[in-house]
Design a protein around this ligand. Structure first.
Ligand code: C2E
Ligand code: MG
Ligand code: MG
Ligand code: MG
Length: 287
């Protein structure tokens, strides 16, 4: 009897495992096809200068367009893309798109425009990222200082030496380096000083928790801002949704912010209209 139960639960377990493995396998196949057919779009979310209210740049964020027209958010497929290595060509495609777009916008007169793309830590193992980036910039004709790469600290820690090497070379080209989701990993001052970082992005979870008092969000946000000031780094606060957060961030010297308060990530046509309007600071007194 016991044996039978054991066997049943074992086959149920393998059935479940099989189902998940099958799902993953078919997702991987779909992703491969999507990459071949370029079934992705890049959306742009403004990074706003908190003093002038002007759009200082944008973060490029990928979306997958399924054949049935549905738009899949990156959270649903980036993990599989990471596991399979498909994230490497995907990231490079996003970079190419974003760089080409930045050149078009530059020709339209928005010369200070900066665009940043997210990079998986996978690139640090492949070896030729720097050459690829250089090639993309040269072919498009974008000054390297108008491109930024966003990397997360957790991913960096996995392959620190390779990361330091690659990021130093990218930085040598003039590309800016942003540390994404900052505060959520195991940061240490020692490694911060070893990396050629330009910008810290305060993770959304802390911004969400800003109360104007002494919540964890307030303490961490203030801490990151003073750390950045001491290290000569700039800061972008992520996930800003209220004027209360803006007021707090400005009061503590945060230069840039990004979040739904200003705009969600937008298709390039809509994004273009947005920055043509000039200041996008919400005029409403929402708190
Ligand atoms: P991330 O790089 O930290 O990007 C910020 C995410 O926060 C975006 O989600 C953005 O839409 C969202 N966000 C921005 N402002 C707000 C806000 O005010 N409230 C809330 N609730 N959310 C806000 P998205 O586009 O779904 O991207 C999720 C993550 O997927 C990104 O986090 C990034 O880690 C990854 N990702 C996106 N595009 C790429 C890519 O091209 N390559 C790689 N490797 N990863 C990517
Ligand atoms: Mg990012
Ligand atoms: Mg982030
Ligand atoms: Mg994030």
């Amino acid at each position: 009897q016991a044996k039978r139960t054991g066997r049943n639960s074992f086959s149920m377990f393998t059935a479940d495992l099989n189902e998940r493995a099958m799902k993953r396998l078919s997702l991987e196949g779909e992703l491969r096809t999507a990459l071949d057919h370029r079934n992705f779009v890049v959306h742009y979310q403004p990074q706003v200068d908190l003093v002038t209210g002007e759009v200082a740049g944008a973060e490029a964020l990928v979306r997958w367009m399924r054949p049935d027209g549905t738009m899949v958010p990156p959270g649903d497929f980036i993990p599989v893309a990471e596991e399979t290595g498909l994230v490497v060509p995907l990231d490079l495609w996003v970079m190419e798109e974003a760089v080409r777009r930045a050149v078009v916008w530059r020709e339209e007169g928005v010369s200070a425009f900066k665009v940043s793309v997210n990079l998986s830590a996978r690139h640090f193992a492949t070896g030729n990222l720097v050459e690829k980036v250089e090639d993309i910039l040269t072919r498009a004709g974008l000054p390297p200082s108008q491109l930024g790469v966003e990397v997360t600290e957790t991913l960096l820690m996995q392959n620190m030496q390779a990361a330091v090497d690659v990021l130093t070379r990218l930085s040598g080209l003039g590309v800016r380096v942003l540390l994404d989701d900052f505060g959520t990993g195991y940061s240490s001052l020692a490694y911060l000083s070893r990396l050629p970082i330009d910008t810290l992005k305060i993770d959304r979870s802390f911004v969400l928790d800003i109360s104007g008092g002494d919540s964890e969000g307030d303490v961490v946000a203030r801490g990151i801002l003073s750390l950045a000031a001491n290290l000569g780094l700039t800061v972008v606060a992520e996930g800003v949704e209220t004027m209360k957060q803006v007021d707090f961030l400005k009061a503590h010297g945060c230069p840039y912010a990004q979040g739904y308060l200003f705009s969600k990530p937008l298709p390039h046509m809509e994004f273009r209209k947005l920055f043509q309007r000039g200041s996008i600071f919400p005029s409403t007194k929402e708190t």
